[in-house]
Design a protein around this ligand. Structure first.
Ligand code: NAD
Length: 440
């Protein structure tokens, strides 16, 4: 089977992953059909605007009327026109922390219902799942729609691994792995994805291998971050600064350095391990280490809230009138994305303690927790007792800390990312504290 330069590509779900993927295949010369069920997304993308909070996409969305570029809310229309359908829909967790596969199922239904009789479509899931999901969710749907696997539709899996807000690891510059029960289709997809990315594209065999590879990448990151977060709690109690220890340990050739923080956010790291935990439970094997890492990382916002409350108490701030400013709300630097941000449980824990919470994030004008006083500019924030650096946006690091000190009621700063120039802040008259640093 050939999937080459002439292949028409549908991308179902134009979010952080789907939109750059659609643009990438369009730039690679393909006829691209982008689909989304959200009216706002379709409207903005049709207008050539970026509906996501990833600034790397600003100015990249093709203008209306651009040849080979189509945007629709109809999966049916897109599937009619395309040889390959890439599905990039959300795979969140519910309130009970269980995987929510409803988007994968709904998108699969819409795609399979649209496959024209007597024609073949290759349908690739890119969303993050645990091993076995693509086949378990999609193969029964093929039966339902009277389609035969291999004849009418071939399913495959190719996880997305790009890093929003990190131009060096965009969709056109990350290695890809492809899983498909049919090696010929797998290799054809390798040829197709080689047109998208400059990095390696490898057929890895079964769908389940590719599914597992993706989810364990993020499980590994969660474990590594959990380790330094746990150390950031143990070592200061021993009178040792975790960053001094990590710097010393990193002189060894095989030590991998991670940085502690107020918590782990975004659509991937704090979510994907629950997919693996569910997958393990389904086969009756405990995922103790993965679960423990999740528990550590989930507890960090509460840990920071408790530390901050203690600092306010020690500074003599009246218990019934504490004012804390969160600097940054996005889950990661240089991105306007509040999904699963640790700022939310941190703010809520502080508010539950009776603390007045304000927030400023240069990338966001919405997505803050209810009850938080949102400042559209930092100059607008005054009368606070303590600032927590939550997100290491450049704008936060390079803020006018001298002027901000002048607007504070009590100039205390807590570096929740270990990125601030604490010596300089000290000189400016701030009382400086940081995650993993002993309180002296
Ligand atoms: N954001 C990341 O950094 C990243 C990186 C790698 C992998 N992933 C994975 O990629 C997947 C997508 O993540 P995202 O961040 O792009 O999500 P997102 O929420 O930004 O985008 C998903 C889009 O799909 C649309 N959608 C939902 N159901 C649809 C349907 N039935 N038909 C058409 N459109 C539909 C939504 O309206 C939304 O615009 C997830 O599985 C995620 O774990 C994300």
């Amino acid at each position: 089977m050939a999937l080459g330069a002439a292949s028409k590509v549908a991308v179902v779900g134009l979010g952080y992953v789907g939109l750059p993927t659609a643009i990438g295949f369009h730039d690679a010369g393909h006829d691209v059909w982008g689909v989304d069920v959200a009216a706002r997304t379709v409207r903005l993308v049709r207008e050539g605007k970026n509906p996501t909070g990833d600034p790397d996409l600003d100015g990249l969305v093709p203008a209306p009327g651009t040849p080979r570029w189509h945007v629709t809310d109809s999966t049916h229309e897109a599937v009619q026109h395309c040889d390959v359908v890439l599905v990039t829909v959300p795979t969140p967790i519910g309130r009970d922390l269980e995987p929510d596969l409803s988007y994968v199922e709904a998108a699969g239904r819409a795609v399979f219902a649209a496959v024209p009789e007597g024609q073949h479509r290759t349908v690739v899931l890119e969303s993050t799942v645990y091993p076995g999901v693509t086949a378990a969710v999609w193969l029964p749907l093929l039966d339902e729609y009277g389609l035969e696997h291999g004849r009418d539709v071939t399913i495959a899996y190719c996880p997305e691994r790009f890093n929003p807000g990190d131009a060096a690891h965009g969709v056109r510059s990350v290695a890809r792995v492809i899983g498909c029960a049919d090696p010929a289709v797998g290799e054809a997809l390798v040829d197709l994805y080689r047109r998208l990315t400059t990095e390696e594209v490898r057929y890895v065999g079964s769908i389940e291998v590719a599914e597992a590879a993706k989810v364990i990448e993020n499980v590994q990151r969660d474990l590594n971050i959990a380790l330094v977060n746990e150390l950031a709690r143990i070592l200061p109690a021993m009178g040792v600064d975790v960053e001094d220890v990590l710097s010393a340990a990193a002189t060894k050739w095989n030590f991998h350095r991670y940085t502690p923080g107020v918590g782990v956010g975004g659509h991937c790291i704090p979510v994907d391990p629950y997919y693996m935990i569910e997958g393990a439970a389904n086969v009756g094997v405990p995922a103790n280490l993965i679960s423990a890492a999740r528990a550590v990382n989930r507890s960090m916002p509460m840990h920071v809230a408790n530390e901050v409350r203690g600092l306010l108490y020690k500074a003599g701030v009246p218990a019934d009138d504490n004012r804390v400013l969160l600097m940054g709300w996005s889950y990661k630097a240089e991105v306007g994305d509040p999904r699963e941000t640790p700022a939310e449980p941190l703010a809520e824990a502080l508010m539950d303690m009776g603390v007045h919470v304000g927030a400023w994030d240069p990338y966001l004008d919405g997505g803050f927790s209810e009850g938080v006083q949102v400042h559209s500019t930092l100059e607008d924030a005054s009368g606070y007792d303590l600032v927590i650096l939550v997100t290491a946006h450049k704008a936060c690091l390079e803020a006018d800390w001298s002027a901000l000190k002048g607007r504070m009621r009590t100039p205390i700063v807590y570096d929740g990312r270990r990125v601030l120039d604490t010596a300089r802040l000290d000189e400016l008259g701030w009382k400086v504290f940081a995650i993993g640093k002993p309180v002296v």
